[in-house]
Design a protein around this ligand. Structure first.
Ligand code: NI
Ligand code: MN
Length: 226
């Protein structure tokens, strides 16, 4: 039995067997997040990149839970060296079998630096495969044609795609991404957290359904069975 709980912005809490995996745990400073740092419980934290709305409260959460951070090598090493956090360094295109499933980092067309301005390696998307299921978290990214290759090589059950525009894909680019990725179900993320990334989720649902795919909107705190 596996499930995902959406905590707003790009923050996902994934439960697979006895493991809890956070992706991009943006709690402090996230006006739509439904949990507090004190409530955060996880075994692993996967980071798509180092921007403050993704790195979020990783330091505190990882220390409190003795969790392992999975990220590109520059970011993973930075967190281990400066904060003493356990990390597993990876890089784009590489995969590794963790106790909860296989993680592969994909390309993402974006940038990545720490909140204090240090280079943090390339940004990433994340594929998680376990028990014949595949979840894709696109991270922050522009639309790119190689999403077609990701879709050809993986049978994606649930794709979490940014739709907020300005920093990432907007609605129309995310619909094209959904087509390229050929995911069975699409969940929009990275929108309506701040005014600059306002997007109309109902317009997104209509456009996704018009290409014959399913789309589920999760409000912060809502769960989806995987
Ligand atoms: Ni970003
Ligand atoms: Mn972002």
């Amino acid at each position: 039995m596996s499930k995902v709980i959406y905590h707003g912005h790009s923050f996902l809490e994934i439960h697979i067997d006895q493991y809890t995996i956070y992706i991009d745990p943006f709690i402090e400073g996230n006006p739509v997040c439904d949990i507090k740092i004190e409530d955060a419980k996880c075994n692993y934290i996967i980071l798509t990149h180092a921007h403050s709305d993704h790195l979020g409260s990783t330091g505190e959460i990882a220390k409190k839970n003795d969790a392992t951070v999975i990220a590109t090598v520059e970011l993973a090493d930075h967190l281990t060296l400066t904060k003493g956090i356990k990390s597993h360094a990876m890089n784009i295109g590489g995969s590794y079998l963790f106790p909860f499933g296989k993680v592969k980092l994909t390309i993402a067309h974006h940038s990545s630096s720490t909140p204090d301005g240090l280079y943090a390696g390339d940004p990433a998307g994340v594929l998680i495969t376990y028990n014949d299921k595949t979840i894709f978290h696109a991270g922050d990214t522009a639309l790119f044609y190689d999403m077609k290759l990701i879709g050809e090589m993986n049978s994606i059950d649930h794709a979490f795609l940014p739709i907020g525009d300005n920093f990432t894909m907007g609605v129309d680019d995310a619909v094209k991404a959904a087509e390229f990725l050929n995911a069975k179900n699409i969940i929009p993320i990275h929108y309506n957290t701040f005014d600059v990334i306002r997007a109309d989720a109902n317009e997104f649902i209509k456009k996704i359904e018009s290409i014959g795919k399913s789309c589920i909107i999760l409000k912060p705190g809502e769960k989806l069975s995987l």
